[in-house]
Design a protein around this ligand. Structure first.
Ligand SMILES: [Zn+2]
Length: 144
């Protein structure tokens, strides 16, 4: 897999990068992304768009389901902190996309609008107290 190093970005000034690969740290996560890395003095700016798929586990019923990812990337990194943290050979693209995918995930992971939370009961089983009947009771009492 291609990797984007800070040196490459500085040499080119702006580096266009196409990513089409699995994010191996995540389950069944495949991402396609078009990214522009731009050297801006002490900073590296990354802009682009990504879409793909990931397998998530539903918070309610714990079933696995496929989630569509579609998000923009607009990040600025301080070059010094990148070098400190990863060194010059950092795989910027993979790390960046990993972080971005994590941020793009929903707070509440639900497999679908019909998720039954494992507690589904059919309508026949539900016998709610019908408050309309209370009104009839009162009317009958008042007539006496
Ligand atoms: Zn579910």
């Amino acid at each position: 897999m291609c990797k984007v190093s800070i040196e490459d970005i500085e040499d080119e000034g702006i580096l266009e990068f196409d990513f089409d690969d699995d994010i191996k740290e995540l389950e069944d996560c495949h991402i396609k992304a078009e990214l522009d890395f731009r050297a801006m003095g002490d900073f590296i700016e990354v802009k682009g768009h990504a879409d793909g798929k990931i397998t998530l586990e539903c918070d309610r019923c714990l079933n696995k389901y496929s989630y569509d990812l579609d998000f923009d990337i607009d990040e600025t990194f301080a070059k010094n902190s990148l070098l400190d943290e990863y060194g010059s050979e950092v795989e910027l693209s993979n790390d960046l996309l990993y972080q971005s995918v994590i941020l793009a995930l929903p707070n509440k992971k639900v497999c679908g609008i019909n998720c039954n939370e494992g507690l589904f009961v059919s309508e026949d089983d539900i016998k709610p107290h019908d408050t309309r009947m209370d009104v009839f009771k009162n009317i009958q009492i008042n007539k006496k």
